[in-house]
Design a protein around this ligand. Structure first.
Ligand code: TXA
Ligand code: MG
Length: 319
């Protein structure tokens, strides 16, 4: 973890170039958007994305929004429905996030989607965010740049107060003009669903689509709804046994630390590495058609809490 206070960068060519270099090296860079400051990392880098969860102290893996420079960049990652295209044309760049089916092999870290097959994307309407995205030239995963459970930051000073010592740099672009997070619309199913009210009024979205948005509880129940309430349908196919010291006959072992196992989250017992590997390994267990999965105990501190939260969901009884 970065112990020193974040380097404060100015939103000029030099500062943005440095910010882009930090991102390219797996660093964490907070930056302004029109809604709130985001805590950015390279969305393709498992370890960098794991660091986001660590810095925020998030006790669970909520999927993150990927920020892009323009719509074509988003279309390379997601499948756009006609409704999604209409919303993007009307509101991008802007405070609207679309949840869409993820393109296979898009190269996005599974930690960004928390293992889901949908991706949240947005093209921010802020000169500094856009310049950083252009300079970096890739997808930036960014939740709001506050410690988990705290208020979203709308100035660089808020970011420093909340996350100082845990991130590499912050680009200071002044106060965020909108000040509330983006509106999130899930366009991955048959009818668009409002997942979060935010910077773009719901009425404007409904007028654009010529239809009413469903609320999560009106949508199909097997889809992820509100944050933190992700359905268990993306749990691995096999049955999961937690806190296992060793595999029993017929079990595939998902290890942590120096243990005999088929797949290891981190042979050295590094929670950051384990978080970065978690969803990839769960997908691998599915690909192996593992029917019974034993999982090593994971220390319940730092990122271990988020890993255990996810594993408990994976082990929970299913309908
Ligand atoms: O305005 C914003 O949206 C800010 C700025 C930085 O862009 N970002 C932001 O991110 O508010 P965050 O992580 O604080 O909130 C993202 C929300 C989470 O609550 C998450 O549950 C939801 O988006 N989300 C992300 N991907 C999703 C997906 N595939 N399906 C359903 N919900 C998703
Ligand atoms: Mg947030």
């Amino acid at each position: 973890m970065t112990a020193a206070p974040p380097i404060q960068l100015l939103p000029e060519a030099d500062g943005l170039g440095r910010a882009a270099r930090y991102l390219g090296q797996g660093g964490l860079v907070a930056f302004p958007t029109e809604t709130v400051y985001g805590l950015g990392a390279d969305a393709r880098n498992d370890r960098a994305v794991a660091r986001i969860y660590e810095a925020k102290g998030r006790p669970s893996f909520n999927p993150l929004i990927v920020h892009l420079a323009d719509q074509p960049a988003a279309e390379a990652l997601c499948h756009f429905s006609p409704a999604a295209r209409r919303l993007a044309a009307a509101f991008w760049p802007g405070a609207l996030t679309l949840v869409l089916p993820l393109v296979a092999q898009a190269g996005i870290s599974p930690l960004v989607t928390a293992g889901l097959d949908t991706l949240a994307v947005r093209v921010p309407d802020h000169e500094v965010a856009r310049a950083l995205l252009r300079s970096f030239g890739g997808p930036i995963a960014a939740p709001s740049a506050n410690p988990s459970g705290r208020i979203s930051p709308t100035t660089a000073q808020h970011v420093v107060d909340g996350l100082g010592g845990r991130i590499d740099a912050v680009v200071d672009g002044g106060a965020c003009p909108v000040g509330v997070e983006s509106t999130i619309v899930d366009c991955s199913g048959a009818a668009p669903v409002l997942l979060r009210a935010g910077g773009i009024p719901v009425e404007a979205i409904e007028a654009c689509l010529g239809q009413t948005l469903l609320l999560p509880d009106e949508a199909t129940p097997d889809r992820p709804t509100a944050p933190g309430q992700l359905a268990s349908h993306y749990a691995p196919l096999g049955r999961v046994r937690l806190n296992a010291e060793a595999a029993r006959p017929g079990e595939v072992m998902l290890g942590f630390g120096n243990v005999d196992c088929t797949l290891n989250l981190s042979p050295s017992g590094d929670l950051l590495e384990a978080a970065a590997q978690l969803f990839g390994h769960l997908h691998r267990l599915d690909a192996m058609k593992a029917k019974q999965i034993a999982v090593s105990p994971i220390p319940d501190h730092g990122l271990g809490r988020a890993i255990n939260d996810r594993l408990r969901r994976a082990a929970a009884p299913r309908d």
